[in-house]
Every structure is written in structure tokens, then in C-alpha cells.
Design a protein around this ligand. Structure first.
Ligand code: GCU
Length: 447
């Protein structure tokens, strides 16, 4: 857990400092307000108690299970290719119907629904700079997606997006957009100097592609206290959420769709070749964005764990009870809390393999680190199992899926089909898998 959290927390703090946030006092108040909002949602759902999740600290008495022999799956997994009424999905047309059924379950019970009238976004260019990134000449645009707040002027919401494209490209370029942080330039330079490897941005520029950083917390805070603000608060005119209203992951995914709208208007970019990437909670967001936004061409889903690519019906690593706690419930619809009491993960109408299946037939690269370095909180095996169980949907659509049923050794890239899986040698990072993902994406983008 420590190994997982420290790099991510450093990044969050850096981003926080850049925005002047996260004093001790502010954190206390965020936690208190999140707790209150969580309690209110529980009260409205009629839940008086919920089961606590296990600890991510392996030395704690209630440590999460890390032993594969005890990782019982709760029951049979729901079949993506069987309708709720028991009929089989046999054709591509059937799949379209089944897909709506699955989306309805994910909307109502897991991630929440997009509101009907989300206010529109107008993209503004804040700055354009021709410079270089490492040895690559690049044009960097700072963009702001200003959300129309005429229905609730008390809240200002804007999406922060940075786009870097090769200088003078001969034709529109593919772009990989990462959910990430907007670090101060000096910090970025230091990171680049310290690193022996080229950054992910340089690796993309070396391909002749562009990179983008979408800053999720610019338009929806990463806590329950912020649910009456940001885009969720604006769409709700400052009121608290209803049971099936969207959670933060869905809001972040909405931001990715708006960034795509911008790319469609920028001549430097080929909007039919946009990929989405993210790590950890941003890996969850990247998978949700892939599932709900058909214009995204490829996904690079890093260490997304529970609430992302890991099967929820598995007693290993992080559990539904953790996700439903005041620290993380905001990522989901209020209804999701019910699965930590009185319901169980077994009662969920859907599981992670079906979320991956919603991306079909588009390619998805599922990435994780080595258990010895990253820990098992993210449940590498649970993500691999979900990937295998999504395969039949890809096959129905004429693709291969993962094309493997045996967990690969560290460093082996299973990337024959439209679902790829690779466990790299490092910890909680996308880092060592970037070259493998780019090689994989090039198969689709450089045709
Ligand atoms: C915690 C949380 C995970 C999440 C991770 C992160 O470990 O339990 O679900 O993915 O933080 O985003 O860093």
C-alpha cells in the first residue's frame, strides 16, 4: 500500500501545491465534509451500517488478502453474452442491445448516469508556445474548456488541457491523452533531468505523435466534499446527488469527451486516432472513458485495480467495501454504497470484465506492475481474469480478445489481440510499459 500510495501522493501534493491547495486544515475540512455527504447518502439509501474494507497495510491485523489460494470469487460471473432474461447474445445486433442493458446497470448501480442537460463547453486557447521537449521541437497549447454556467452562476467550471504536437507536422497526428497533473515547468524540467529514460511525452513525439494532459481535478475534485461543486455540482445546481447521479469517475470521463470535441476542431490533430491513458484512479477513469466514449480509439489502463479492470467478485486486494467508504465513494453513484451493506459484491448486476467488454472492438492495453514491487492491492490477477472474460465479446465482433488464459510472466507482453496485458518489472507506474503500449498502438495508428 505504501509503495502504491507514496508516488501517487507525491504527485497529488505537487499538483495541489501548484494550485495552492491541501493545507492540513483544508484536508481536515475536506475529510469532514466528505464524511457528512457519505453519511447523508447512506441515510437516504436507508443503510444504517456498512462493512468496513480490509487494510492496505500488509502488517495490519485486518490486512487485505494477498494469498491467491484464498482469493475465492464470490460466485459465477455474470455473462456479458447472456441477456438479463437468460437469452443468448448471438449476433452483433444482439450485442448492441446487450450493451445498452449493461450500460444501464453500470449507470444505475456503479458509476452513475450522465445528467440529461450537462452545460456546454467552449474551448479557449490560453497560450501557444513553440519550444522543445527534450530534443523534439513541439508546439504546446494550454487550453481551457469553459463550461457554460448561466443556469448556476455561483459555480465557475473549466477543464484544463495541455496539448503538445510535433512542430510543423506534415499531416494531422494521433494523440495520446493522459489523465494527469499540471506540474509547474521547473518541476517538469527537474524530473526530465533526473530521469535516464525519455519521458512518455518524448516517446510519443519520437513516433511523430502528440501528447495531451487532461487535468481531472480542474473540473471535478477528487473527494466527496466537492460533489456539490465542479461539473457534478454545476449540473445539479449546487444540490447533493441523487442515488444514480454520476460519480467523479464518470465526470472525469465526460471531460475526456469534451477534450475530444476540441481535438475535432484542431487541424494539427487526427481526432480518429486519440488514445486515453491513466494510472490508478486515473486508470479507472481511463477505462470508464473508453467504455462510454466510442470516439476514443485505444486505451492504456494502468494499475486501475478495484473500480477499474479488476473483478470485484474476488477476495484479494482492494474490496468493494473500500471503494464504498467515505474516502472513495465519490468515484461512484450513491447506489454503489449498498454493495458494502446490506448487499454484497455478488449482488452486483455487472463486473469489471463487462466494463472491458464495453470497449470492444477497440484495443485496450491493461498494464500493471510486479506484485513484489507494487504490492497486490490492485490485484494484478483479478485484472487479468477480467481481461480473459471480456474476450468472448471481442470474438463475437470478429476480434481476438486477449487470446490467452495463462497468466504471463513478468515482462511478457500479451498483445496479439485487441486486449493486451503486460505486467512490468516496476511499481505503481505506467513508466516501463509506455514503449510496449506505443508499439501496440502503432499497429493501429500507423497503418
Ligand atoms: C488507493 C485506492 C485505489 C486507487 C489508488 C490511487 O490505493 O485504494 O483504488 O487506485 O489509491 O489512485 O492511487
Amino acid at each position: 500500500m505504501t509503495k502504491i500510495l507514496i508516488p501517487f501522493l507525491i504527485a497529488i501534493c505537487m499538483a495541489g501545491k501548484a494550485n495552492g491547495q491541501f493545507s492540513r486544515q483544508a484536508m481536515d475540512s475536506i475529510n469532514r465534509l466528505s464524511f457528512q455527504d457519505h453519511a447523508l447518502m447512506m441515510q437516504q439509501l436507508g443503510i444504517t451500517q456498512f462493512r468496513p474494507g480490509p487494510s492496505g497495510d500488509p502488517s495490519a491485523p485486518n490486512a487485505a488478502n494477498t494469498d491467491e489460494s484464498k482469493a475465492t470469487t464470490y460466485s459465477m460471473l455474470p455473462d456479458p453474452l447472456v441477456f438479463d432474461n437468460g437469452n443468448k447474445v448471438q449476433t452483433k445486433k444482439d450485442w448492441e442491445k446487450r450493451k445498452s442493458e449493461l450500460m444501464e446497470h453500470f449507470d444505475r448501480e456503479v458509476y452513475g448516469r450522465f445528467p440529461k442537460d450537462i452545460p456546454g463547453v467552449t474551448w479557449k486557447t490560453i497560450s501557444v508556445k513553440d519550444t522543445s521537449f527534450g530534443s523534439f521541437p513541439v508546439r504546446i497549447r494550454e487550453l481551457s474548456g469553459v463550461v457554460d454556467n448561466s443556469t448556476f452562476p455561483e459555480l465557475d467550471v473549466a477543464i484544463r488541457l495541455i496539448l503538445g504536437t510535433p512542430l510543423q507536422p506534415s499531416k494531422p497526428v494521433p494523440v495520446i491523452m493522459e489523465f494527469g497533473f499540471d506540474f509547474p515547468a521547473a518541476f517538469m524540467r527537474r524530473m526530465q533531468q533526473d530521469s535516464k529514460e525519455p519521458s512518455w511525452q518524448e516517446q510519443l513525439l519520437a513516433q511523430g505523435w502528440g501528447y495531451a494532459i487532461l487535468v481531472p481535478v480542474s473540473f471535478q475534485a477528487d473527494n466527496g466534499a466537492g460533489l456539490r461543486q465542479g461539473i457534478i455540482g454545476l449540473a445539479n445546481k449546487g444540490q447533493s446527488r441523487k442515488f444514480d447521479d454520476w460519480g467523479t469517475l464518470k465526470a472525469w470521463a465526460w471531460g475526456a469527451s469534451r477534450a475530444l470535441d476540441y481535438f475535432e476542431s484542431d487541424q494539427a490533430v487526427d481526432a480518429s486516432r486519440i488514445g486515453i491513458a491513466g494510472l490508478s484512479r486515473y486508470g479507472k477513469a481511463a477505462l470508464v472513458a473508453m467504455a462510454y466514449e466510442p470516439r476514443l480509439a485505444i486505451g492504456f489502463i494502468g494499475s486501475s485495480g478495484a473500480g477499474g479492470a479488476k473483478l470485484l467478485r474476488r477476495n484479494l486486494g482492494e474490496q468493494v467495501e473500500n471503494l464504498a467508504s467515505p474516502a472513495e465513494y465519490h468515484w461512484f453513484a450513491g447506489n454503489f454504497i449498498r454493495y458494502a451493506g446490506p448487499l454484497t459484491p455478488n449482488d452486483l448486476p455487472v463486473d469489471a470484465h463487462q466494463l472491458i467488454a464495453l470497449c470492444a472492438p477497440r484495443p485496450v492495453f491493461i498494464s500493471c506492475g510486479a506484485p513484489g514491487v507494487e504490492g497486490r492491492w490492485i490485484d494484478q490477477m483479478g485484472m487479468f481474469m477480467a481481461a480473459t472474460h471480456a474476450g468472448p465479446v471481442y470474438q463475437l465482433l470478429g476480434k481476438e480478445g486477449l487470446g490467452a488464459s495463462v497468466y504471463p510472466d513478468e515482462g511478457v507482453s500479451l498483445d496479439r489481440g485487441e486486449i493486451a496485458f503486460r505486467q512490468h518489472e516496476g511499481g505503481h507506474t505506467l513508466g516501463p510499459n509506455w514503449p510496449w503500449f506505443i508499439r501496440y498502438a502503432a499497429r493501429y495508428f500507423n497503418r
